[in-house]
Design a protein around this ligand. Structure first.
Ligand code: NAD
Ligand code: MG
Length: 304
C-alpha cells in the first residue's frame, strides 16, 4: 500500500512540466457541439487519479456551470475532494454520461452532488439552478461561471448574427443572470469565479465573438468585485484565464485541433487538472485578500 508520506514525495517530483502530458500532433477527430469526453483522443486528465484534497473548502457549497466536462469537471472533482458539495450544470442530453461521471467522483469524495441540465442563456434557467442549489444545500458559497460557447470562423462574413448573439448570451449574459440570482444567498466569505481566456488579451482572429465575450468577462469581474465589496457583502469576485486546454470544446469547435496548444512555450495544451487548482485557490480562504483579479493558467503564454 502507498503511504501518505510516499505520495507527498511523489507529488514533488522534479519533472519538467512541459513533458508531463501529451504533445501534438493529435489525431483529427472532430465532434459535434458540445462534444463529449469519451470521443476525445487522447483522453483528458481531470485529476480522477491524481487530485488530492487538503480540506481547503470543507463545508462549502458550490455551483459550477459546464461541470460535466473539461475544466468544469476537473474543478468539480477538486472542489469535492477539498470538502465542498457541488451542483453541476450542463447543456445537452449527449453530455449525460459526462455529467454522471462527474457526479460519481463528487459522491465518491463523500460530498453531495446535484446536476441540472439546460440552457443558461435563459434567465429563468439560471434562477432554476440557483433555486435547486438553495433547496439542496441551503446556501451558495462558491459560484463558478464556466460554461461557454465558441465557434471558429475564417472571415467576418462567415459569422452569422445569431451566432454573435448566442455567444454573448451563453458566455456573458448568463454570468449576469447567475450572479444576480445567487448573490442574495451568498454569505460573507463567499466567492464568485468567472472563466475568461487568454483570448481576452490576445484575441484569436478566428474567434471574434468569443474573444470579445472573454474581454467583457474580465471587465465584468473587476466591476462586480468593486460593487460587492463596496456594499460590504464580503463576496470576492475573480477570474481564471486558461490558455489552450484539452477539452471537448476543442475538437467540437476548432477544425485544426491536431496542433492545438503548440503555440505555448510548453508546446502542448494544458489538461483540465492543471487548471483546477487555480479555482480551488481563489475559492479558498487562502485567497481572502484577492478580489477583482484574473489568474492566468496559460502554459507560459504571457498576459501582460
Ligand atoms: P467544455 O466543453 O468541457 O465545457 C463547456 C461546457 O459549457 C459544456 O460542457 C457545456 O455543458 C456547457 N455549455 C455550453 N453551452 C451552454 C449553454 N447554453 N447552457 C448551459 N451550459 C452550456 O469546455 P472547456 O474548455 O472546459 O470550457 C470551460 C470554460 O473554459 C469555458 O468558459 C471556455 O471558454 C474556457 N476556456 C477554455 C479554453 C480551452 O482551451 N479549452 C481556453 C480558455 C478558456
Ligand atoms: Mg460538456
Amino acid at each position: 500500500m502507498t503511504s501518505r508520506k510516499h505520495v507527498d514525495q511523489e507529488s514533488q517530483s522534479h519533472e519538467d512540466p512541459a513533458n508531463k502530458y501529451p504533445k501534438p500532433p493529435f489525431p483529427k477527430k472532430p465532434q459535434e457541439v458540445p462534444g463529449t469526453e469519451s470521443a476525445m483522443d487522447p483522453q483528458a486528465d481531470h485529476g480522477e487519479q491524481s487530485y488530492r484534497g487538503k480540506g481547503r473548502l470543507v463545508g462549502k457549497a458550490a455551483i459550477i456551470t459546464g461541470g460535466d466536462s473539461g475544466i468544469g469537471k476537473a474543478v468539480a472533482i477538486a472542489f469535492a475532494r477539498e470538502g465542498a458539495d457541488v451542483l453541476i450544470s450542463y447543456l445537452d442530453d449527449v453530455e449525460e454520461r459526462d455529467a454522471e461521471d462527474t457526479i460519481k467522483y463528487i459522491e465518491e469524495a463523500g460530498r453531495k452532488a446535484v446536476q441540472v441540465k439546460g440552457d443558461i442563456s435563459a434567465e429563468q434557467h439560471c434562477w432554476k439552478i440557483v433555486e435547486t442549489a438553495i433547496k439542496e444545500f441551503g446556501k451558495i458559497d462558491i459560484l463558478v461561471n464556466n460554461a461557454a460557447y465558441q465557434m471558429s470562423r475564417e472571415t467576418l462574413q462567415d459569422i452569422p448574427a445569431w451566432e454573435w448573439e448566442k455567444t454573448f448570451a451563453v458566455n456573458i449574459h448568463s454570468m449576469f443572470y447567475l450572479c444576480k440570482a445567487a448573490e442574495p444567498h451568498m454569505p460573507p466569505g463567499s466567492s464568485i469565479i468567472n472563466t475568461t481566456s487568454v483570448n481576452a488579451y490576445e484575441p484569436n482572429p478566428t474567434l471574434l465573438p468569443y474573444a470579445a465575450t472573454k474581454a467583457a468577462i474580465q471587465n465584468f469581474t473587476a466591476n462586480l468585485s468593486q460593487i460587492l465589496l463596496e456594499q460590504g457583502k464580503g463576496i470576492r469576485v475573480n477570474a481564471v484565464a486558461p490558455g489552450p486546454i484539452w477539452t471537448p470544446l476543442i475538437p467540437s469547435t476548432i477544425p485544426d485541433h491536431e496542433h492545438f496548444g503548440e503555440n505555448t512555450p510548453f508546446e502542448r495544451p494544458g489538461q483540465p487538472v492543471e487548471v483546477a487548482p487555480a479555482y480551488v485557490f481563489l475559492a479558498s480562504d487562502e485567497a481572502n485578500y484577492i478580489s477583482g483579479a484574473t489568474l492566468p493558467v496559460t502554459g507560459g503564454r504571457i498576459t501582460i
